[in-house]
Structures are given as structure tokens and as C-alpha cells.
Design a protein around this ligand. Structure first.
Ligand code: SAH
Length: 221
């Protein structure tokens, strides 16, 4: 018996049935930003299998589709928003965000590993999103630009895990903005949604259990 190779459409139908994929905007983003453009060489057949895949020998992974869908739903993105992603990896999540915020929005994505900066830059260009996504090589744990205290972003998303909410990414979040991050120590964390209200106060809500690689901090901030 041959096992059927899942397609983008069959994967999305399942995620819809399971209630993970909920909105038309996220569905459209997943259709227009095929994961097969972002997987490492040799993994194309597994692009629509719902698990993380290795990014070469970097020790990092492209997230599982259900996790990216869940993050996109929780971010509640709209056109023209300015978004910061910390942990660019393959560039897939940044690309999905870009396809929702559109040409008048922007995505700033920071990545520590140079090889992945190059990989993601190539992938984003291939997806035709280079005018929306700006990739930077560096440590995003201090926000971007590092140590900037201005409220710059409508949304901030960390795709690497940390045991406490980092200071600068929160400062860089605008009022009524949303920060999403995997909170907790390895190996498993809780995807957590943080909202900064009009007065600047934070409220947090756990979303679901998740497994991310750890956020590397070059020094404690
Ligand atoms: N969003 C990615 C998956 C992220 S995996 C995708 O869609 O493919 C997490 C990434 O975070 C890894 O590539 C890792 O190198 C990066 N990372 C870890 N700590 C970081 C830091 N302090 N600054 C920037 N990137 C970091």
C-alpha cells in the first residue's frame, strides 16, 4: 500500500475540521505562501506533513503547520500592520504574516544564525515578498533595533522559547498591541498571548502547549 502524500489543501481541510484554522485571512495566507518554498532541500515531499522539519545542519527547525496557523490566528493580523518576528528560521512564518499585512504593512524578522539569514532571504525573494519582509542578522532578544525603547510594532512574535517575557520586545510593542511567545523552559512551553492595553499594562493568556527551540540570549538584558 502506498501512503498518500498530503497536499497543502488536504492539510488545511484537516486543520479547519479540527478548529485550528478559523479565519479566511489565515486560510488565504497558507494557500498563497506554500511551505514547500521554505523547507530545506530534500524535504519537499514532507512539506505538508504536520510536523517540524530540520533546517539543514543548523539544529533549528521550520515550525509545524498547525503551530504557524495557531500563531497567525492568535496574532489577529490586519492589513498595514507593522510586525516584529524574533527567530526568522526558514522565513515561512514571516512570509505568512507578510501575506496578511500586505504591501502597506511590514515585517521585520531577526535571525541569529547567518546561514539561516541567507536561506530565509532566498526563500522570501522566491515568494516575491522581499518588499514587505526585512530580515536582519543579529540577536532579537533585545528587540529590533536592539535596545530601542520606542513603541514601534503592532504585533511582536517570538518563535523561540524563553522562561520570562523579554523586556525590549515588550517596550517596542504599541498600545493595544499583541505579543505572542512560547513561555517556559525546554523541552515544552506554553504559547502565551500578551496584550498591552491603552495605559501600557500587560495582560497574559495561555493559548496552548507548544515545543520551540530556546531563545538564545547573548547577554542578560
Ligand atoms: N519562524 C521560523 C522557525 C523558527 S525556529 C520558521 O518559520 O521557519 C527558531 C529560530 O530562532 C531559529 O532559527 C534560531 O536560530 C532563532 N533564534 C534563537 N534565538 C534567537 C535570538 N536571540 N535572536 C534571533 N534569532 C534567534
Amino acid at each position: 500500500m502506498t501512503r498518500e502524500i498530503p497536499t497543502n489543501a488536504s492539510l488545511l481541510s484537516r486543520l479547519e475540521r479540527e478548529g485550528v484554522l478559523r479565519t479566511g485571512a489565515v486560510r488565504e495566507a497558507m494557500l498563497s505562501t506554500p511551505r514547500e518554498l521554505f523547507v530545506w532541500d530534500g524535504y519537499r515531499d514532507e512539506a505538508y506533513v504536520d510536523w517540524p522539519l530540520p533546517l539543514g545542519r543548523t539544529g533549528q527547525t521550520i515550525s509545524a503547520p498547525h503551530m504557524v496557523v495557531m500563531m497567525l490566528e492568535e496574532l489577529d493580523l490586519r492589513a498595514e500592520m507593522k510586525v516584529l518576528e524574533i527567530g526568522c528560521g526558514s522565513g515561512w512564518n514571516a512570509a505568512c504574516i507578510a501575506s496578511i499585512v500586505g504591501a502597506r504593512g511590514s515585517v521585520v524578522s531577526v535571525e541569529l544564525i547567518e546561514e539561516l539569514v541567507e536561506f530565509a532571504t532566498r526563500n522570501i525573494r522566491r515568494a516575491g515578498l522581499e518588499k514587505i519582509v526585512e530580515i536582519h542578522h543579529g540577536d532579537g532578544s533585545k528587540g529590533w533595533p536592539p535596545f530601542e525603547a520606542e513603541e514601534i510594532y503592532d504585533r511582536v512574535v517570538l518563535t523561540a522559547a524563553t522562561s520570562r517575557i523579554p523586556d525590549f520586545p515588550v517596550r517596542q510593542l504599541r498600545r493595544e498591541g499583541v505579543l505572542l511567545l512560547p513561555l517556559g523552559d525546554s523541552p515544552a512551553q506554553i504559547l502565551t498571548r500578551v496584550v498591552k492595553d491603552r495605559a501600557g499594562y500587560l495582560s497574559t493568556r495561555p493559548v496552548c502547549p507548544c515545543v520551540f527551540v530556546p531563545l538564545v540570549r547573548s547577554e542578560e538584558a
